[in-house]
Design a protein around this ligand. Structure first.
Ligand code: GLA
Length: 506
């Protein structure tokens, strides 16, 4: 056995370094590591993001906190020594590898989903990591409704595919493609710039975009000329999740700036607000921007992003919100999508015209799921009356992806004027049935198979409060399936769905 291991180590350098790290797990952490370290990294748009490592001794090892991009405090998870590197993990899809070099700290950020980054940190006083002084929040009130989003907003958002690399030209191209692909005509009208557009504040405190966005007003004019609307992103905290400038202390001014640029939609993301406010202050903090948007004089859809914290669905409308996130961030895989999508039933009473639950943006076409799974994703989101924000690169969109995002019969379910979100009717093993009422008296029903082998699903009409003969239409096959007396059975493929419109026969 030993010989075999030796041969393996000899043959591959990679295996050798892994084994060497493991063998050295017991290495004592050097005391020079302890203290507060500042890491500056220049990001796309020529913006410098600052992270802090606050490192303390813990037995022979270390413990501590990282303030990622100055925005999010996370405790080190699994701190360990691997040879002379101090390594810890975070639930932000990355490990950090730290190594003393002279009086500096070499930092490698080992991302799981993108290339690793490297930088050098230097010591600073711990007081530098403190958030800005607390600015008192307004007393709770009811922000008047803006009357927007009578059906769930539809459009495209830059984050899921482009992340920090979003630029003015990517946004313009997305606007072109939304129109040219025919998606705009189907209702996808919002072109939303997510995080990483922000630069700094000018001497008057006005927010200025970074180098990737030369002129926001001109960009808005371009998007408007195509018959589309432009959305933007900020945070109630001093910094966004990406570490870019947030709206803390500048809420009114930012709302006015957005209005002057011609912005039609704001996604407002909690993130570093957690460093200045408590969770009990969520409502007041979101209300502050809700009021500012109403006072800006321009109709702006208000999208709250707080990962489902603080039972937002109970007060989201009161702060002027048109939609609110109900969960953490979606990822482009079946596990993430299905965990989010199938967990939304109890929130159905809170959705309705003007105010929607937001289970996060679409991943359709981003490559991490099969077409069957993307059809399930899209069907579920439409049953849930979810906002439909495409998150893919529209310029490389396949015909298959377009046929999913552009399925008119399914979009019509999402956009039904009654605004009733589906609930789970049945869950038995890998079978789930979800249904929602539609304005014309019919129902949309999804027969889902969450398992890995085909399964026959039976829909009893009595389970969805329907009596007598029903007419069925398959919304993916675009075919009438026929009339059935009391039930309907069909085989559903693994991770698949049959999406039906069920209409009483007259
Ligand atoms: C958070 C949000 C995401 C995205 C990023 C941007 O994680 O939940 O949707 O906006 O921030 O930094």
């Amino acid at each position: 056995m030993k010989k075999l291991l030796f041969a393996l180590l000899f043959l591959t350098g990679t295996s050798f370094s892994i084994m060497a790290h493991n063998a050295d797990k017991s290495t004592v952490c050097p005391s020079t590591l302890f203290g507060t370290w500042r890491l500056d990294m220049v990001q796309p748009g020529n913006v410098t993001l600052t992270s802090y490592f606050i490192i303390r001794p813990n037995n022979k090892l270390f413990e501590g906190t990282i303030v990622i991009n100055g925005a999010v405090d996370l405790s080190f998870s699994k701190p360990r020594m691997e040879a002379d590197e101090a390594v810890f993990s975070t639930d932000w899809n990355r490990d950090y590898r730290l190594k003393m070099t002279g009086d500096k700290l070499k930092v490698v950020i080992a991302h799981t989903n993108k290339p690793w980054e490297e930088g050098v940190a230097y010591q600073v006083p711990e007081s530098e990591t403190k958030p800005p002084t607390f600015i008192p929040l307004p007393a709770l009130t009811t922000v008047p409704s803006n009357g927007l989003a009578q059906t769930p907003p539809m459009g495209w958002n830059s984050w899921n595919h482009f992340g920090a690399n979003v630029t003015d030209s990517i946004v313009r191209a997305a606007a072109d493609q939304l129109v040219n692909s025919g998606l705009a005509a189907l209702g996808y009208v919002y072109i939303n710039i997510d995080d990483c557009w922000e630069g700094s504040r000018d001497l008057k405190g006005n927010i200025v975009p970074n180098d990737k966005f030369p002129n926001m007003k001109k960009l808005a004019d371009y998007v408007h000329a195509k018959g589309l609307k432009l959305g933007i992103y900020s945070s109630p905290g001093p910094l966004t999740c990406g570490g870019y400038v947030g709206s803390y202390g500048y809420e009114e001014q930012d709302a006015k700036t957005y209005a002057s640029w011609g912005i039609d939609y704001l996604k407002y993301d909690w993130c570093s607000a957690a460093r200045v406010y408590t969770n009990e202050q969520l409502q007041a903090a979101f209300q502050k921007m809700g009021t500012a948007l109403v006072n800006s004089g321009r109709p702006i859809v208000y999208s709250l992003c707080e990962y489902g914290m603080g039972d937002v669905w109970k007060w989201g409308t009161q702060v002027g919100g048109n939609l609110w996130r109900t969960t953490g961030d979606i990822q482009d895989n079946w596990k993430s999508m299905s965990e989010i999508g199938f967990s939304q039933s109890s929130l159905a009473p809170y959705a309705g015209p003007g105010h929607w639950n937001d289970p996060d943006m679409l991943e359709v076409g981003n490559g991490g799921m099969s077409s069957i799974e993307y059809r399930t994703h899209f069907s579920l989101w439409c049953l849930l009356a979810a906002p439909l924000m495409a998150g893919n690169d529209l310029s490389t969109m396949s015909a298959e992806t377009l046929s999913i995002l552009g399925n008119k019969e399914v979009i019509v379910i999402d956009q039904d004027a009654l605004g009733k979100q589906a609930t789970q009717i049945l869950k038995q093993g890998n079978v789930q049935i979800w249904a929602r009422d539609l304005k014309d008296g019919s129902k949309a029903v999804g027969l889902f198979n969450t398992g890995l082998s085909p399964v026959t699903v039976t829909l009893n009409f009595s389970d969805i409060q329907l009596k007598g003969k029903q007419q069925l239409r398959d919304l993916w096959l675009h075919k009438d399936v026929g009339s059935y007396k009391s039930k309907f059975s069909a085989k559903v493929e693994p991770h698949g769905v049959i999406l039906l419109k069920v209409k009483p026969c007259r």
